[in-house]
Write a protein that binds this ligand. Structure first.
Ligand code: NAP
Length: 287
């Protein structure tokens, strides 16, 4: 039976893979996070790969604090770039198929047509830059898949959905940016897609390269907040504001719609609409 190592497994995406792993009888999983396998530590990694026979790595580990990254470039680079290099080196040595996750922040968001995998990258933040450099490192290995995603949320970890629901407990009205357009991604859907990609690799072929993945549809943070309150029947007003009225340390892409034709056509994936997935996440959260 093939073994999948999931790094950063206590994060949003890692937890969603853990959630479905028991239903995926075809594979054996090893879930690790900083206390069990720090991917910046080459000595730990060396001992781990000597001891465990791994067929696939799904790298969910990352430095994801986008604003803090502006003042913490060294650590951000260490995790999102140098550590990816470590994993790629061990993947080459042990002939492991490598899957890692990237972001819409590799784009500057000044474009207005959905980004394909070939669109020119131009990150405008430390985080985006570190993720782009991680992509370049992964692309140096012929057995790498890079999945770019956007606006990730789940009922684990810190994310926009949980922040909105927390804020609504303290405020009757909140202000949310309307001039940043993108697509939310339910981490549970992405987790399913990753397992499908590995199944496909086993049954057909490992198709290296970059792939975009988010839910279907398009929205703004303002409309996303409205949908969260509509679905949860939360009585909280949402006031639309401009990006300039909510300054952040890191610049965000104004436009970050990902074209998902490649991932859908290659792996024959069905991707749910973001509002359906949001309802699903909220339903699961209540359980
Ligand atoms: N969140 C988003 O909106 C978003 C959007 C687009 C793309 N992405 C990408 O999607 C992927 C998954 O994101 P996510 O939201 O699931 O991230 P997350 O919740 O922040 O999880 C990342 C996990 O990696 C762990 N980690 C950090 N440094 C590590 C190290 N040196 N060794 C091992 N584990 C380490 C973290 O531990 P600690 O928490 O203890 O640091 C955390 O458990 C990432 O590649 C991210 O860049 C995320």
């Amino acid at each position: 039976m093939k073994t999948i190592l999931v790094t950063g497994a206590n994060g949003q995406l890692g937890m969603e893979i853990q959630n479905i792993a028991s239903d995926v009888k075809k594979f054996n999983f090893i879930f690790t996070d900083i206390p069990t396998l720090d991917i910046t530590n080459e000595i730990e990694l060396s001992a781990f790969f000597e001891k465990n026979k791994i067929d696939y790595i799904v790298n969910c580990a990352a430095y994801t604090a986008v604003d803090k990254a502006e003042e913490n470039e060294k650590l951000c680079t260490q995790i999102n770039n140098n550590a990816v290099k470590n994993l790629v080196e061990f993947s080459k040595e042990y002939k492991i198929k490598f899957i890692t996750i990237s972001t819409d922040y590799v784009f500057n968001g000044k474009y207005y047509i959905p980004y394909t995998e070939e669109s020119e990258t131009s990150p405008n933040s430390v985080y985006g830059n570190s993720k782009r450099n991680g992509e370049i490192v992964a692309l140096s290995y012929e057995n790498s898949i890079i999945i770019r995603t956007s606006w990730l949320y789940s009922h684990y970890g810190n994310n926009f959905v949980k922040t909105m629901l927390e804020l609504s407990k303290k405020h009757s009205e909140i202000k949310v940016i309307f001039d940043q357009i993108g697509t939310p991604t339910y981490a549970a859907d992405l987790a399913e897609a990753i397992i499908e990609i590995i199944r496909f690799s086993e049954d057909v072929e490992f198709k290296s390269g970059i792939y975009n993945y988010s839910n279907e549809g398009v929205t703004s943070w303002y409309d996303f907040a409205k949908a969260i309150f509509r679905i949860t029947k939360t009585n909280c007003k949402v006031k639309p504001i401009e990006t300039k009225d909510y300054p952040t340390l890191a610049e965000r892409p104004h436009y970050s719609i990902l074209n998902k034709s490649k991932i859908k056509n290659t792996f024959n994936l069905f991707i749910p609409h973001w509002e359906d997935s949001l309802s699903e996440c909220i339903k699961n959260h209540k359980k």
